[in-house]
Design a protein around this ligand. Structure first.
Ligand code: FAD
Ligand code: FES
Length: 223
């Protein structure tokens, strides 16, 4: 699956709870594998923003976006017919050769899980959110068990499951401690997305990794 850069037209941008589902006409871009990401031009900003693919309906690429700053806010304000440059798919996604998958998402970390759930034929999933309003996004993953703060999503993980997780860093560390061998999708600010700037280098398990090429999905080695 070669990464390509194309200018794509916005098909729709719908609120889902406190997030926005941005749907783009797919053009000739490949959706890639679950857990891979795309760099989306953020109107009015110099650098693109990294977003995981949430869903790949026929002819479209859909991204679930948390408007936490100027770039993501600008993306959430796009309207049908607008056009932006998109580059991807990038990075290494989730391995799908697992026997007893459990999808674990925290907040906007649920973004790659609907596409992953489709690829794994809808395995069990647990999602954690800060508020019931954030939890409205769980509609994109029907059947998922929910934990709302102060209950933590990690409390819903049972032993013996092959965990595939995405969420905030403290949640990923907690999952790593509980589930060695879990596949974890990490985040770091990314400027290029293809290994050129070293801006996304992070220390994980005592090693420096460029998350955009060696990740964002890494296997947990913590015990
Ligand atoms: C591989 C990957 C996949 C992602 N997938 C999604 C997704 O599907 N949906 C989504 O909403 N967001 C996703 N993100 C996060 C998204 O890229 C950032 O929220 C976005 O770049 C922030 O840009 P901004 O201009 O809105 O805010 P900024 O002003 O750039 O940032 C706002 C605040 O968030 C911090 N921040 C920014 N980017 C990151 C980051 N990547 N990791 C940790 N802290 C950060 C900044 O330090 C600042 O405090 C993903 C990030 C990566 C690396
Ligand atoms: S984002 Fe540039 S090296 Fe990873």
């Amino acid at each position: 699956m070669d990464a390509r850069r194309e200018r794509l037209r916005v098909a729709g941008a719908e609120p889902i709870g406190l997030y926005t589902l941005l749907r783009l006409e797919r053009g000739d871009l490949d959706p890639g594998a679950p857990g891979q990401f795309f760099m989306l031009e953020a109107p009015g900003r110099l650098l693109p923003r990294a977003l995981s693919l949430c869903l790949a309906p026929t002819g479209e690429l859909a991204f679930l976006i948390d408007p936490i700053g100027p770039g993501t806010e600008a993306l959430c304000e796009l309207e049908p017919g607008d056009e932006i440059h998109v580059f991807g798919p990038l990075g290494l996604g989730f391995r799908l050769d697992v026997e007893r998958p459990l999808l674990v998402g925290g907040g906007i970390g649920m973004a790659p899980l609907p596409f992953l759930a489709e690829a794994l034929r809808f395995p069990p999933a647990v999602l954690g959110f800060r508020t019931p309003e954030h939890a409205e996004a769980a509609a994109l993953l029907p059947g998922a068990e929910l934990a709302i703060d102060p209950t933590f999503v990690t409390e819903l993980i049972l032993p013996g499951q092959d965990v595939l997780a995405c969420g905030p860093e403290p949640m990923l560390h907690a999952v790593a401690e509980r589930c060695p061998g879990a596949q974890l999708a990490w985040e770091a600010p990314m400027a290029c997305g293809y290994g050129g700037c070293y801006g996304c280098a992070v220390e994980i398990d005592g090693e420096l990794k460029r998350l955009c090429v060696e990740g964002p999905v890494l296997v947990s080695r913590a015990a």
